[in-house]
Design a protein around this ligand. Sequence first.
Ligand code: ADE
Ligand code: ZN
Length: 319
Amino acid sequence: MPIPKAELHLHIEGTLEPELAFALAARNGIELPYADTEELRKAYLFDDLQTFLNLYYSLMAVLRTEADFEELADAYLARAAEQGVRHAEIFFDPQAHTARGIPIGTVVEGLSRALDRSEERHGISTRLIMCFLRDQSADSALETLTAAEPHLHRIIGIGLDSAEVGHPPAKFRKVYEAAAARGLRLVAHAGEEGPPAYITEALDVLGVERIDHGLRCMEDPALVERLVRDRVPLTLCPLSNVRLRAIDVLEEHPLPQMLDAGLMCTVNSDDPAYFGGYVDDTFHAVREALGLDQERLRTLARNSFEAAFLDRDAADEAL
Ligand code: ADE
Ligand code: ZN
């Protein structure tokens, strides 16, 4: 039995398995530039975040209707249930869809159809987090927040993702202020490929409550001290870090040192269709590669509920 856990760093578009990509392409009359699923999987050799993002955004072309988004989310939730996930906070990238002429309502309402049935069908409670693409302009992020206004009752918070280096958090100060004023929860990717200073900036300028990745905090001892003191959750994604070459091999992942330092670490899958594993696969992989014992795995699972945007009672019940 997989250990019960919450998944807090999961891009729904990153759960698009080659089989579903081909099925949706056929349904929508779209030709993919790959002969078959095998050939597509072979394209999953990334040198860095940008190489991955190029494929990730281009494959999204197959997602067009509410039913497509519903099927994508339902397929993820079915797999997540098998992996012991009891609560999932799911990212989506509205700008990657609106840029292709898909209205934000199609995305949110399609995903919500699956999310609304998730507790009953899969035993997983869910939340939706809308991410802004940091390599697009700050104005585009603000326009996206405005476009999302009719759907905000379905969205618990905002995040920041895509190409990190050269796009520091402060660029998005205004949209984070506007989101906070609307009562939205705040997270951001920081310290994945970008420097530790981006983590500090996400905390100080954007006021985020969790850091997505945060791997590179280990380069700044004062920052580590602060993250430990304030119990700032880090949503780590070890398989992603290896596939995107943030680290060379899983055996060198600093997760054990991060736990030793007292950091509030969680383990997540990021884009599981691309990175070779869902969240329990990731728990297994870190146990094997890093020799984490059962107690440490339980700590990671406990942290995931504590760091979730659940009220205390719901988090305690899930544990
Ligand atoms: N979008 C999807 N996965 C991402 C990641 N790991 N980092 C930044 N943006 C992303
Ligand atoms: Zn991510």
